[in-house]
Ligand binder design. Structure first.
Ligand code: CDP
Ligand code: CDP
Length: 211
């Protein structure tokens, strides 16, 4: 079984994908980390994220980088959304994600284009969303927990800027696949969101089984 989970920043897609991976005993790939690793490499090498050639040159990053906490910072997230808009960067990371999706036994991936580009034939697709304000509040709380002091307004502005870049790009823009179940987590606890996600997956599996 392949499960695709897409959605904007701090919508809760990672939390839901990890919970589904545990529930269904599936390996999970957070595809945002790949773009974040490219971004971190661009920053480290003092390259220009807007230049496609610079971003492409950073796609051969060392996998050890994927475990680096620095990747989760907002600075890296912003640059990730710049490098991810380059078609050649997306092409460089495509096969790795497809291989992960198609491994025997199934997989779950979360990102922006899993249901539309990486695994268009996924058995279940979820598009997780929440209002920008609520997503900013969640990110803000996370940052505070990690001792990062930044205003809620700044976090909201960063989220809006990233949403704008991710939805407006011409290559694999952030959008719900036509056959994805939309899950609005704005007013759901994590437990209720996960419960709803499992229900959606079960519904889609049942619909597929009966053709
Ligand atoms: O992966 P994504 O950026 O979409 O979001 P996440 O990392 O799963 O969730 C962002 C934050 O929101 C985390 O701190 C979650 O615990 C929290 N969250 C929440 O408060 N309520 C939900 N229904 C889902 C996530
Ligand atoms: O966790 P959060 O939603 O904040 O970000 P992420 O999933 O780590 O993604 C960081 C950036 O990578 C996004 O803003 C997108 O620009 C890009 N990305 C993408 O283009 N395609 C994906 N499948 C995953 C991430």
């Amino acid at each position: 079984m392949i499960i695709a989970v897409d959605g904007p920043a701090a919508s809760g897609k990672g939390t839901i994908a990890r919970a589904l991976a545990r529930h269904y005993h599936l390996p999970h790939l957070d595809t945002g980390l790949l773009y974040r690793a490219v971004a971190a490499t661009v920053l480290r090498e003092d390259l220009k994220p807007e230049r496609e050639a610079d971003a492409v040159a950073s796609c051969g990053f060392d996998d050890l980088l994927l475990a680096d906490e620095y990747l989760r910072t907002d600075e890296v997230g912003q640059v990730a959304s710049v490098v991810s808009a380059h078609p050649l960067v997306r092409a460089a990371l495509l096969q790795r994600q497809k291989r992960f999706a198609l491994q025997p036994g199934g997989a779950i991936l979360d990102g922006r284009d899993i249901g539309t580009v990486i695994a268009p034939n996924a058995d279940a697709k979820l598009f997780v969303k929440a209002t920008p304000t609520i997503r900013a509040q969640r990110r803000h709380a996370e940052l505070k927990k990690h001792g990062v002091m930044v205003s809620l307004n700044k976090v909201l502005a960063d989220i809006r800027a990233r949403d704008e870049r991710d939805t407006k790009r011409s290559e694999a823009p952030l959008l719900a696949a036509p056959d994805a179940a939309v899950l609005d987590t704005s007013f759901l606890s994590i437990e209720s969101a996960v419960q709803k996600a499992i229900e959606f997956v079960e519904k889609q599996r049942a619909a597929r089984a009966t053709g």
